[in-house]
Write a protein of this length. Structure first.
Lengths: 506, 249
């Protein structure tokens, strides 16, 4: 939630609203088993995903789109686990990150030999090389007179902010620094925000993709890789080998149809002209003579309702599980101080795992989609509920506990008639905290293909489209407020007013 | 009503190095009010909680009505022992009526039985029926204490265990409740064990005295006997302090 709000704030402050609509992730009614297409969360990945999807639809297949997966590992693991049937990957990423090869110009045939054991293969490349590029403002490059990466080390005053993935990948900053001896301490930044940060002079240098539509939009110069450091990143469909032959042929027909300029132009149509992924993909396929696909009308309210319902579903299921588990565990352990401490400690540890990391950890266990998201949200909801339950039960006036026992209530009766009602305000507060956290964190569920209000937020961030971000952020904020109100009502229903003000008898 | 008998033999209870109850033997029988008198730390409250099983002694045996205290069935046994504490110990989330009738409802008494007993007790302790729907926090200390006595007597217990029930009250309120307590003893005779640090209260309300110091019984006996022949200077002193505080009693 905080993350989302910060992004929102940055975008609202820095950018005019562009009137563009969100491309619906269309799910057609499955005739036979639909082909599931994934994509990573950045724009080019989504656009290629959409092109692949429409190509398959034109070839008569039913497809399901699971776009916006967060990062290479999530997408690849989803593919390997047959959660998705294909997504668009880059040769360099496949070679370095997944297959751990040293090769800077990997051959698809060679990699396919290694992929065969996982029943995977990479099809023919689209034709463009979207390698990493290090970019800075054109004006600044001219002023300083730098055109090559090897000149960078003579300008230590330049501030660097790289995307998190680039900062940590062996073929990213660590290798780049080794090759060019640049030095300095780059900071991490969300890729979608980096260009704006440069535009506003908050930083000077960032990593870019050479086919980024944003390069033209923000008037950025790309420094020449004069030592040939960056490997090749040709994009190609990475597919499961058990796809129908017809599908593989249809996808193969896209090979070699885009060079760098073509891809940059397509990206720019999305980022600068504000067209939807579906529109751009449709136009591309038509221009290539591959047929004209029909794209569903983008229904703002329909999307809003679908996303909100999904969001509520994720939160409600996770919270119910969290309540059941947190309450029962709290009740079981509160009489032992030592066990309580251990249990709260473990729940606290879960809370310290960053939400995206936790979501990623769930993928090998539960695949992608709603399950991992629900499990992750459930794990996050445990701590506030459990801790409040234990604290509330432990801190009840010992005299009242003694009296409850002494007048002849059994343990269960003590719990039901005395302890739980007395602990109720505190327990409810814990559940409320968990609910609000869940609603915020559930926006990240879109990264693992679970949908929800995070869907428009993530797409909007990538497109720098405030409208889209607001389509997710506003309903999410409304839900959070609604939850507050709901719990106020519940409190009034379950707790006597004087118990809320802490007015206990002397 | 049948009397309750309590029989304690060689009871010892320690917390860490500190022995709170040190080899106490005590027999109580008959519808008497027995006062357990002692200063704080004398072990009097612990002794009370040993009788209703809230505290388990390290050694010694406890018989209740001729039978060893059955800890497996302790909740049921406690329902035969009324219990009230300093401050009342009323449950803040329950109304006056809910507090008093809680155990009767759990014991599945009929609505009529509950209503009859409840009205009788409220009347006995001069509590207006309008208090029924009020919550404890809106009552005065004395009113809360009376409600707490009603609760202790609701199930008609043979034995009442009262742990300094009147200590937190101001002197005037305390005098009034003492008066009602005496009326209550007359109305429903039963065995009452009253823990108090106040000798004046003990003299006023009890017929039998047990004087405790440092976890041991210093003297026990009928009120007149102890008063006429204090066993040692400590007991003598307790009576003196009482006389200084209430010279006109």
């Amino acid at each position: 939630m905080i993350r989302a709000l910060v992004f929102l704030l940055v975008c609202v402050l820095n950018h005019s609203v562009s009137g563009q609509e969100f491309a619906a992730d269309v799910t057609t009614v499955p005739v036979q088993k639909p082909i599931v297409i994934g994509s990573k969360s950045f724009n080019e990945g989504r656009l290629l995903g959409e092109i692949l999807a429409q190509r398959l639809e034109l070839a008569g297949f039913t497809v399901t789109r699971k776009f916006g997966l967060a990062g290479t590992l999530i997408a690849f693991e989803a593919l390997r686990g047959a959660e998705i049937d294909l997504y668009s990957e880059y040769t360099g990423t496949l070679s370095q990150v997944i297959l751990k090869l040293e090769d800077k110009a990997p051959k698809i045939d060679e990699m396919n030999r290694l992929l065969a054991k996982d029943q995977l293969q990479m099809l023919g490349s689209f034709g463009f090389n979207n390698t990493y590029a290090i970019s800075l403002k054109e004006s600044q490059a001219i002023e300083l007179g730098i055109t090559k990466l090897s000149e960078l080390k003579t300008h230590p005053q330049l501030r660097m902010a790289f995307s998190h993935e680039f900062l940590n990948r062996e073929d990213g900053w660590p290798g780049l620094n080794k090759t060019y001896q640049i030095g300095g301490k780059p900071t991490g930044i969300e890729h979608a925000l980096a260009y704006q940060a440069i535009d506003e002079g908050k930083t000077d240098i960032t990593d870019a993709y050479s086919t980024d539509g944003d390069l033209a939009r923000y008037h950025l110069a790309v420094l020449e890789d004069d030592k040939g450091y960056f490997p090749e990143y040709f994009a190609a469909p990475l597919v499961r080998s058990d796809l129908p032959v017809g599908a593989i042929e249809a996808l193969g027909s896209l090979a070699g149809r885009m060079d760098d300029d073509r891809m940059r132009a397509l990206n720019a149509e999305v980022v600068i002209e504000g067209k939807s992924f579906a529109e751009v993909a449709q136009k591309f396929l038509k221009d290539e003579g591959l047929g004209e696909s029909t794209i569903a009308e983008n229904e703002l309210w329909q999307n809003l309702i679908t996303n909100t319902i999904t969001h509520l579903e994720l939160t409600a299921i996770a919270l119910t599980l969290g309540c059941l588990f947190g309450l029962s565990t709290g009740i079981l352990v509160f009489r032992s101080q030592n066990i309580s401490r251990v249990v709260v400690y473990i729940a606290g540890l879960l809370q310290t795992i960053p939400s995206l990391a936790l979501l990623a950890l769930m993928i090998p266990l539960f695949g992608i989609g709603k399950e991992p998201a629900i499990i992750a949200l459930f794990l996050y909801s445990i701590l506030p509920i459990l801790r409040n339950t234990i604290t509330a039960l432990v801190t009840i006036d010992p005299v009242l506990k003694r009296v409850a026992e002494a007048i002849g209530l059994t343990r269960r009766q003590q719990l039901w008639h005395i302890l739980l009602p007395l602990a109720m305000p505190n327990i409810l507060a814990g559940v409320k905290t968990a609910a609000v956290i869940s609603i915020g964190t559930a926006t990240l569920a879109a990264f693992v293909g679970a949908g929800g209000l995070g869907e428009p937020i993530i797409t909007g961030l990538n497109l720098n489209n405030t409208d889209l971000i607001l389509q997710g952020a506003i309903p999410a904020a409304c839900l959070a407020i609604l939850v507050e109100l709901l719990f106020e009502y519940l409190e009034r229903l379950l707790v006597k007013p004087h118990m809320l003000q802490g007015q206990l008898p002397q | 009503m049948a009397d309750a008998s309590v029989d304690l033999l060689n009871i010892v209870k320690s917390y860490g190095d500190q022995t709170v109850v040190n080899d106490v033997s005590l027999q109580l029988a008959g519808d008497l009010t027995t006062a357990l008198v002692g200063e704080s730390g004398s072990g009097k409250s612990t002794l009370l909680q040993i009788i209703n099983g809230l505290v388990v002694p390290d050694s010694g045996r406890i018989k209740l009505n001729g039978e060893f205290l059955d800890y497996d069935n302790i909740a049921m046994l406690r329902r035969t022992m009324g219990y009230a504490v300093q401050g009342g110990g009323l449950f803040p989330h329950l109304t006056v009526e809910e507090n008093v009738t809680l155990m009767a409802r759990i014991e599945k008494w009929s609505t009529i039985e509950i209503a009859d007993r409840y009205r009788y007790l409220l009347d006995l302790l001069e509590l207006p029926l309008e208090f029924s729907s009020r919550y404890p926090h809106s009552l005065s200390g004395g009113q809360q204490q009376r409600v707490s006595l009603c609760r202790a007597m609701m199930l008609n217990p043979r034995l009442m265990l009262l742990d300094e029930p009147f200590s937190a009250l101001d002197p005037i309120t305390r005098a009034t409740i003492h008066h009602e307590f005496i009326r209550l003893q007359a109305a429903e005779s039963r065995s009452i064990l009253l823990v108090t640090h106040d000798m004046a209260e003990a003299i006023k309300l009890a017929q039998y005295l047990v004087i405790l110091k440092d976890g041991q019984i210093v003297q026990q006996g009928k009120l007149e006997d102890v008063s006429n022949a204090p066993a040692n200077d400590y007991v003598k002193r307790l009576f003196q302090i009482r006389n200084e505080a209430y010279p006109n009693d």
